[in-house]
Design a protein around this ligand. Structure first.
Ligand SMILES: C[S@@+](CC[C@H](N)C(=O)[O-])C[C@H]1O[C@@H](n2cnc3c(N)ncnc32)[C@H](O)[C@@H]1O
Length: 209
């Protein structure tokens, strides 16, 4: 099957990625707020282990490192990870495709699993499959998963932003909060949701329902 979003797309983007997220428009409208609210919901404290999936250039992981957490990062793009390594000299890294089981050195429970702007590369069924597996196999007993991404409250919200974005719109598997919350519940995952900007929101997963 063709990979719609191969690692090579992100390899080419690594050099300019941090400039892209600094532009406050779709799809990164509200980016700093999304990262800040992921941190707030994750409630970090020194010593907590935090796994950042699709860490990219490390912008989210850096916030957890500053809070004294033990930070673990994955991404399937080596140029993205190279940027993150420079920002996070003490973190653990793995070149890893999120759709595959975690590598051996990451086979352990984490106090927090976080991710920003990654899961919209997967169809809803795949999102749920990955989150379900993480909640079951990789979360410590009081652990939580916090996922920020391009999310619309519903299909009407997506259409409004699609029209406004015009040429800037890319067709990807953006979350719709209403159908996603129903699918998470159906899969036995306890989740809450908050909208952060017109095109971004955060799912807060506290385990199995
Ligand atoms: C839009 S960037 C987000 C980076 C970072 N999390 C942030 O918030 O700035 C998406 C990242 O997800 C990574 N990614 C996309 N699909 C992936 C996959 N299947 N497995 C692992 N990483 C993936 C890309 O390489 C890229 O670094």
């Amino acid at each position: 099957m063709t990979d719609l979003f191969p690692a090579s797309d992100f390899d080419d983007w690594a050099e300019t990625y941090d400039a892209s997220v600094a532009i406050d428009q779709f799809p990164f409208h509200g980016y700093p707020d999304v990262l800040a609210q992921i941190v707030t919901l994750a409630a970090p404290r020194p010593g907590l282990s935090v796994l950042d999936l699709g860490a990219g250039t490390g912008n989210l992981a850096v916030l957890f490192a500053r809070a004294g957490c033990d930070v673990w990062c994955t991404d399937f793009s080596e140029p993205m990870l190279a940027k993150a390594r420079r920002k996070l000299p003490a973190a653990h890294f793995a070149l890893h495709d999120l759709r595959a089981p975690l590598p051996a050195e990451f086979e352990r429970p984490f106090d927090r699993i976080v991710s920003a702007y990654v899961f919209h590369h997967f169809v809803l069924e795949e999102k749920i499959r990955i989150l379900s597996s993480l909640a079951t196999h990789h979360l410590s007993p009081e652990g939580r998963i916090v996922i920020g991404d391009v999310v619309f409250p519903d299909a009407a919200g997506r259409e409004r932003v699609r029209e406004e974005a015009g040429e800037a719109w890319d067709e990807e598997f953006y979350w719709l909060a209403d159908e996603s919350l129903a699918a998470l519940k159906e899969a036995g995952i306890r989740a809450e949701y908050r909208q952060v900007s017109v095109c971004a929101g955060i799912f807060h997963i506290t385990g199995e329902a």
